[in-house]
Design a binder for this molecule. Structure first.
Ligand SMILES: Nc1ncnc2c1ncn2[C@@H]1O[C@H](COP(=O)(O)OP(=O)(O)O)[C@@H](O)[C@H]1O
Ligand SMILES: [Mg+2]
Length: 512
């Protein structure tokens, strides 16, 4: 692999938004046939750099060279014509269209007189070349997240892209789908494409990347060969100082049962039972982790405790009182807070067009309807949250829509923790966050635990659940398939319970 003549060269790129210098004199060189990972904390400037490469933003200064030619993009179309294909975090597909129709839409030449037969042939050839599984006649709304992403990749390859940008592509994928995506990426590099891969998951970067460029606070810190570095060095470079990546399980006295869920059953809109008689409890000062494959009832569980999902049967006893039938505002007022970060990280209960202050007020308003809201405390709190969570923003009055995904998530958590809850329900709080911020969140959960808060923590990373939690409840198909002592639990055991199989060892774990 020659680094003398990189296929893509970005030199001295700078981009500012108001007072924020998102990219400050950034350099990046990418070769054909390589997977080049971009690493950096949330807000480091990764997406901004890629948005300049894909013609969405115009650089304030600096140059981009492709195959030795200086290119200037004034629109995404220019970038597409130059062979740049960006797979966005939020897919840009038309739901009611089939895969084929979506591909036509994205074509270079107007799709009007597209020859159907020729196109079918083209799709077949391309899917063979890259071994992409595409059903041309499947409608997007029938597709899984993984299938949609494959279609997005297909779309840009069909338009002739040879530099692929994947901005946090695995944030929305299951482990199985990620394995598939990695095969596709390998295939693309074998076909001499250059792939730029952004991910916060260090293990993925170490698996797939050839080289890694680290950005910090808008600047290029280093470009390293994957084989000559390690996660600790990379994290330290990202953060700018030595980072402790251990997770501590702290001991707290656990006496009182704060939450007791008895025989909880809920039905979805189609009257299908999605929670099938859950029984569990959480004590004050305890973190109960929840493991399970996506869609096993996690969302319904969170929402039914928070009063957002109708309960069909059962009881949710919080501090001796049944919450079933109570309104969300009453439940918040009693000291329950719930945040759920969905796979696509949209719809987290924040309003994108509003600033941090107004988003704080929104929550306050939910809890105490009818009262006049005083803005002053919210302003002070917004400032405090920005400082405590190190949120990168032009200011507390800036619409949160413009913040990077991780920063938006920090606003959400800051708001939830701010209400001094006694029961904290948090689902996927670290989704898409950089490794250092993840650890800050784990520390925060421990801080809450120390205060005696009962915590229901739904997460994807089994290692984190094992290291941080007191007990781990595994759910499968709307049922509790096991509750384990986290200290003794193993990944294998949890994995089996996640697909509804019990190992002999877990038999006794059913009793709470
Ligand atoms: N359109 C925008 N308006 C204002 N600030 C922005 C905009 N886009 C990005 N930023 C800011 O620029 C910085 C870099 O953001 P981004 O490139 O999204 O980081 P990353 O992708 O590494 O998380 C952040 O501080 C972010 O809030
Ligand atoms: Mg980003």
């Amino acid at each position: 692999m020659s680094t003398e003549n990189p296929y893509l060269k970005m030199e001295g790129l700078t981009k500012t938004f108001g007072k924020v210098i998102a990219n400050n004199n950034v350099n990046l060189q990418v070769n054909k046939g390589e997977v080049h990972a971009l690493l950096g904390e949330n807000g480091a400037g990764k997406s901004t750099l890629m948005n300049m490469l894909s013609g969405i933003y115009t650089p304030d200064s600096g140059s981009i060279f492709i195959g030795g030619n200086n290119v200037k993009f004034s629109s995404p179309k220019d970038a597409i014509d130059a062979g740049i294909g960006m797979i966005h975090q939020h897919f840009k597909l038309v739901d009611v269209f089939t895969a084929k129709e979506n591909i036509i839409l994205g074509q270079k030449q107007g799709g009007f007189f597209t020859n159907n037969k020729k196109m079918g042939q083209g799709i077949r050839e391309l899917s063979q070349k890259y071994q992409l599984d595409i059903d041309p006649d499947k409608k997007v709304y029938d597709m899984s997240v993984g299938e949609k992403q494959t279609l997005e990749i297909f779309k840009v390859l069909y338009r002739g892209a040879n530099i692929l940008i994947l901005d946090e592509p695995t944030a929305v994928l299951t482990p199985q789908e990620t394995t598939k995506l990695f095969k596709i990426i390998k295939r693309m590099t074998e076909q001499d494409c250059a792939v730029i891969f952004i991910s916060h998951k260090m293990s993925e970067v170490m698996e797939i990347a050839d080289r890694i460029t680290v950005l910090r606070k808008g600047q290029t810190i280093a470009t390293l060969d994957k084989d000559k570095t390690n996660p600790k060095e990379l994290t330290d470079l990202m953060v700018g100082k030595s980072v402790d990546l251990s997770i501590k399980r702290i001991e707290t006295p656990k006496e009182e049962i704060a939450l007791e869920v008895k025989n909880l059953s809920v039905l979805n809109e189609e009257k299908v039972q999605v929670l099938k008689g859950l029984n569990f409890n959480i004590r004050s000062g305890e973190i109960l982790g929840v493991a399970g494959i996506a869609g096993s009832g996690q969302k319904e569980l969170c929402e039914s405790i928070a009063g957002l999902y109708p309960v069909h049967e059962g009881e949710i006893i919080f501090k001796g009182e049944n919450l079933v039938g109570k309104k969300p505002a009453e439940i918040i007022a009693k000291g329950v807070t719930m945040s759920f970060v969905p796979e696509d990280r949209l719809g987290m209960g924040l309003v994108a067009s509003m600033n941090i202050v107004d988003n704080l007020i929104l929550k306050q308003y939910q809890a105490q309807k009818g009262f006049l809201i005083n803005r002053k405390p919210a302003i002070a709190k917004a400032k405090e949250i920005v400082k405590r969570f190190d949120i990168q923003t032009p200011g507390i009055y800036h619409p949160i829509r413009d913040l990077s995904g991780g920063n938006i998530q920090k606003v959400l958590l800051g708001r939830e923790l701010d209400s001094n809850p006694e029961l904290l329900i948090t689902a996927y709080p670290v989704r898409g966050l950089d490794i250092n911020t993840c650890h800050k969140i784990y520390d925060l959960l421990n801080e809450e635990k120390k205060k005696g808060v009962a915590i229901l923590f739904i997460a994807e990373d089994l290692d984190v659940l094992i290291e941080l939690c007191d007990r781990i409840m595994v759910i499968w198909d709307g049922r509790v398939s096991g509750i384990l002592d986290a200290e003794k639990a193993t990944r294998e055991e949890i994995g089996l319970l996640m697909v509804g199989e019990k190992s002999d060892k877990t038999e006794g774990a059913y009793a709470i």
